[in-house]
Design a protein around this ligand. Structure first.
Ligand SMILES: [Zn+2]
Length: 410
């Protein structure tokens, strides 16, 4: 496993510490006491050293400590190397599990200690539940509920009438799902149209109702303004992406829908960096895309929409869509940088990618560097308050108090 044991409590020293709760100011020259799986204490380093005199000190120099990151939107069984969804979904269970294992460790080494898989086959819980310690925390949605031949249908969640909705939901719950994902519109799956609604209002209402009956939060891949409105009308908990497509497929924005998202407290997993790597690959000549200009326009529009929603006070959490298309695991820094460009201050950004995301995923005592909370910690090279690129320099990661072996994926 990708862990080296940690013997007894230890005092970590860092140049800067963010709590994860943006109401708590960042602290310079901080000490964090880790004991077992939890944080025992934290505060100015000198005070910590006095109070915990006998503990060995692990000095991380001028690095910044933040809670382990929480990625609310990944696809663990997908390679993120431009492989088509149709090809990846056809792989054997053994291949998919091996892919999930590599992806989870790659993300862990990038500081992601918790993640939500929002689309996979129904056998993923079997893989997760068979793992030892040393992997990120995983919240799994299993097969997204989708229209017949709808977006992501190859994972097995096709449904239409009320009976088949009930059955698809029940099969996910039986398989061990923790949350619900809906494909409320088409997407990149061949034969689907991103701005086209996949379900009627009555069907969406039934899906949200069924999910809530099982005590699960429900989120929707919703690419259009109309689908965002329909999902909110159904009482959905969260929406994925901020594309706000018009009926003709043009990227746009709706002030009324934005205000409704903010007012209702619907959680928005913005995924605004999904095109950043493919744009880079195209510019380097490693990927060909005749719709390059359209791709860039969508990326700009997503960023602007995130900015508008943030200004309105919408609840935005961090998600990458890692696994799909060219979106690689281990690159959550792209989303952090994107949200920063969309107007998030550093403390707000850390909050959106740790404490608030963990609360949304119902992870107990995860997402803060505070006494009694899980010792999930990412150590970033440099002073994060002054340098957003610190997210590209992950020096060490602790998951449940244990230092991750950073060579795991190299
Ligand atoms: Zn996705």
């Amino acid at each position: 496993m990708a862990e080296t044991g940690m013997a007894g409590p230890v005092l970590l020293r860092v140049g800067q510490m963010f709590d994860g709760d943006c109401a708590v100011a960042p602290l310079a020259d901080a000490g964090i006491v880790v004991g077992g799986r939890r944080i025992l204490d934290r505060g100015p380093f000198d005070g910590m050293r006095d109070r915990w005199r006998d503990l060995p000190v692990v000095d991380h120099g001028d690095a910044t400590a933040i809670p382990g990151l929480v990625d609310c939107h990944v696809h663990l069984t997908m390679p993120g190397d431009s492989t088509l969804f149709e090809d990846a979904a056809a792989r054997s269970a053994a291949d998919r599990f091996a892919q999930a294992q590599r992806n989870a460790l790659t993300h862990l080494c990038a500081g992601v200690t918790s993640m939500r898989d929002v689309g996979s086959h129904r056998d993923l819980p079997r893989w997760r539940d068979g793992l030892d310690q040393g992997m990120p925390r995983m919240v799994l949605c299993c097969a997204p509920l989708t229209a017949p031949r709808g977006h992501m249908y190859l994972w097995g969640g096709e449904c239409s009438d009320l009976a088949s909705i009930e059955e698809a939901m029940r099969r996910n719950v039986e398989a061990g799902s923790d949350a619900v994902k809906i494909a409320a519109t088409g997407g990149s799956t061949r034969g689907t149209v991103p701005q086209k609604s996949a379900f009627t209002q009555e069907q969406l209402d039934a899906i949200v109702r069924a999910g809530h009956r099982y005590g699960q939060r429900v989120t929707a891949h919703a690419m259009s303004i109309r689908s965002l409105d329909m999902c909110m009308a159904a009482g959905i908990d969260g929406v994925e992406h901020v594309s706000f497509l018009e009926e003709d497929g043009a990227p746009s924005y709706s002030q009324a829908t934005g205000e409704a998202l903010a007012r209702s407290g619907t959680v928005v997993c913005a995924t605004i960096s999904t095109r950043s790597r493919s744009i880079e690959l195209i510019e380097k000549g490693e990927l060909v895309d005749p719709a390059f200009e359209a791709r860039k326009a969508r990326a700009r529009s997503d960023l602007e929409n995130a900015r508008r929603l943030h200004e309105l006070g919408a609840r935005i959490v961090v998600g990458t869509d890692a696994g799909f298309g060219s979106i690689a695991f281990g690159e959550i820094h792209r989303e952090m940088t994107g949200l920063h460009a969309a107007g998030f201050g550093i403390a707000d950004l850390v909050h959106a990618g740790t404490f608030d995301a963990a609360r949304y995923l119902d992870l107990d005592k995860v997402g803060r560097l505070a006494p009694g909370w899980a010792a999930d910690i990412a150590i970033l090279g440099g002073r994060l308050s002054e340098d957003i690129s610190c997210f590209t320099r992950v020096k060490a990661v602790y998951k449940a108090g244990v230092a991750v072996d950073m060579r795991a994926t190299s």
